[in-house]
Design a protein around this ligand. Structure first.
Ligand SMILES: [Fe+2]
Length: 197
């Protein structure tokens, strides 16, 4: 596939998700139809530029790929180095997590002291998971592999890098606010020479 058409998949996804959000603000519809759009995007692992697929030796990386001008959604490439994992955290907005490369393990939690694990899901390439305050918003995510990187494409119902949310201590249930930011200062070009209209 040429460099030109590599960028088309992300451009198409942006267009289709924008159209969906023009049509509805109903979270259930966004999650179910958005899941189908994300499945289409991650069905092929040939479009993410290498720059946004690079693991960091110490920390998992969050590369912003696109943010809607009205902050209705953002698209982020999460790159897990071998054995890396998040703290237990929430999102406060809807989110879709699509596995592109490798695999990850998501453990869901309920508030409490200690916090109670309420389910473990392993995401393989092509699978999409959902989070939101209405469908379950607290989890911990880990690279399923100790010897290679994994990459998932996340879509959130806001400019997620600027949202104040929470990390949780498993034993005490205590929560602290955090804002994740992003790992990158430049973005890919989803429209390089391609007419996506
Ligand atoms: Fe998460």
């Amino acid at each position: 596939m040429s460099e030109r058409s590599k960028t088309t998949r992300l451009g198409h996804f942006i267009r289709d998700l924008s159209n969906l959000l023009d049509r509805t603000a109903d979270e259930r519809v966004i999650l179910s139809e958005g899941k189908g759009l994300l499945e289409d995007l991650i069905m092929n692992d040939d479009w993410l530029p290498d720059e946004f697929a690079k693991p960091h030796p110490k920390f998992y990386s969050q590369y912003l790929l696109y943010c809607d001008p009205a902050d209705r959604f953002s698209i982020v490439s999460f790159v897990w180095g071998p054995g890396q994992l998040t703290p237990i955290h929430d999102h406060t907005v809807w989110g879709l997590i699509g596995m592109l490369r490798g695999a990850e393990v998501s453990t869901r939690f309920e508030l409490g002291a200690p916090m109670k694990s309420v389910g473990v899901d392993r995401l393989e390439p092509g699978a999409v998971d959902m989070v939101s305050p209405s469908v379950g918003d607290i989890h911990q995510v880990a690279n399923a592999f100790e010897d290679k990187a994994s990459i998932s494409i996340h879509v959130y119902g806001s400019n997620i890098g600027t949202v104040e949310r929470h990390v949780f201590d498993k034993a005490s249930g205590e929560q602290k606010s955090f804002v994740s930011g992003y790992s990158n200062s430049t973005l890919p070009n989803p429209w390089s020479g391609v007419n996506i209209g």
